[in-house]
Design a protein around this ligand. Sequence first.
Ligand code: AMP
Ligand code: ZN
Length: 114
Amino acid sequence: MPDCVFCKIAAGEIPCRQAYEDDSVLAFYDIHPQAPVHILIIPKAHIACGAAEVTEENSALVGRCFEAAARLAKELGVTGGFRIVTNNGPGAGQTVSHLHFHLLAGRELGLTMG
Ligand code: AMP
Ligand code: ZN
């Protein structure tokens, strides 16, 4: 297994507050939440580094992550809107080199994205 914190969470070696799981996707609450709802959605498979490594071979997992996001937004009753963010590379603030999506909700998220 890669020396990767999200792979260790997916393997159950590091605990998390789980929000959703299926055969290929895991969602869990971010330890440093930036919104009242801040969930990380990851493919269980290690896709390093991030969005830049999405290919024809693995892009179905991106769809599965977005399916999980839609399901979570419904389950959590997110009504005021939500945002899905993925950071790619240190210049964009990426700190964990395993493809993941931030699901943010529960506060006014503003119109700026940069
Ligand atoms: P990024 O900066 O886009 O790579 O996002 C990585 C996110 O992972 C950050 O928001 C961290 O707070 C979060 N994070 C790191 N380690 C853990 C952990 N063990 N459990 C939950 N969230 C984590
Ligand atoms: Zn990983």
